[in-house]
Design a protein around this ligand. Structure first.
Ligand code: NAP
Length: 252
């Protein structure tokens, strides 16, 4: 653990932290000293294991079930963090889903589910967290977007729109809250080795990896390191940015 990127005495909420990238982010922030609220939707046992792993290593964590696409449940999540750990300094909007289909096949419910889980959740949780962050004149909001929101991806009009929306949201909110010492940034991962890729056919994935200069998928931990940096005091002069962690796939 780098001393210079310490998150000692910070409180973090990570949405969708039961599995995949969110899990890696929760573990990394906790390893750097933050108390972490591990949000989950369906995977209660997995979330419990993340909390157990953090506490076994001497850290502080608590799990909280909330469907963050629901406005009231998102408010309850942030309230829980403040009640449990006293404050909220870091919010990582990581929860996300895919419902990939060509637009000819995409149903209205596929569109709504993805926009709600990926983009509305980002609004819901950020709105709840901004007020306490403004009062304390400190905050770090990090939105996990995607390379699909920068480049577009056939079969993902819903997902790409939700991720492009997160990027616009990031820039607008960064301008709104900068005067209160709150930074808002996005990370745009490329292909990262998690269950979200399970629905992508092998041949499509192999073809897509040809577009990655570093020639491989990323690891969830490689996204988590970038989050830890943006969450740190050392990143105080970075706001409204989109950091690509994608093996060089989209050089914007
Ligand atoms: P994953 O392995 O499928 O995990 C998704 C996580 O999000 C789970 O913990 C899930 O919780 C949670 N979640 C989904 N909907 C939720 C909701 N409504 N409320 C609360 N939690 C919810 O996915 P991942 O690959 O780690 O993806 C994490 C983020 O990175 C997503 O935003 C995704 O779009 C983005 N991303 C991923 C990749 C990639 O290649 N993996 C690339 C670019 C961007 P439960 O299991 O408890 O339901």
């Amino acid at each position: 653990m780098s001393e210079t990127l310490s998150l000692q005495d910070k409180v973090a909420v990570v949405t969708g932290a039961s599995r995949g990238i969110g899990r890696a982010i929760a573990l990394e922030l906790a390893a750097r000293g933050a108390a972490v609220v591990v949000n989950y939707h369906h995977s209660a046992e997995a979330a419990r294991q993340v909390v157990e792993q953090i506490t076994a290593a001497g850290g502080q964590a608590a799990a909280f079930q909330a469907d963050v696409s629901d406005f009231d449940q998102a408010q309850a999540l942030i309230k829980f963090a403040i009640q449990t750990f006293g404050k909220i300094h870091i919010l990582v909007n990581n929860a996300g889903i895919t419902r990939d289909k060509l637009i000819m096949m995409m149903r209205e419910e596929d569109w709504d589910a993805v926009l709600n889980a990926n983009l509305k959740s980002t609004f819901n949780c950020s709105k709840a967290a901004v007020r306490p962050m403004m009062r304390q004149r400190y905050g770090r909001i990090i939105n996990i977007a995607s390379v699909a929101g920068q480049m577009g991806n056939a079969g993902q009009t819903n997902y790409s729109a939700s991720k492009a929306g997160q990027i616009g949201f990031t820039k607008a909110l960064a301008r709104e809250v900068a005067s209160r010492n709150i930074t808002v940034n996005a990370i745009a991962p490329g292909f990262v080795d998690t269950e979200i890729l399970d629905s992508v056919p092998e041949d499509m994935l192999a073809a897509a990896l040809q577009l990655v200069p570093l020639g491989r998928k990323g690891l969830p931990e490689e996204i988590a390191y970038a989050v830890a940096f943006l969450a740190s005091d050392q990143a105080a002069y970075i706001t409204g940015q989109v950091l690509g962690v994608d093996g060089g796939m989209a050089m914007m």
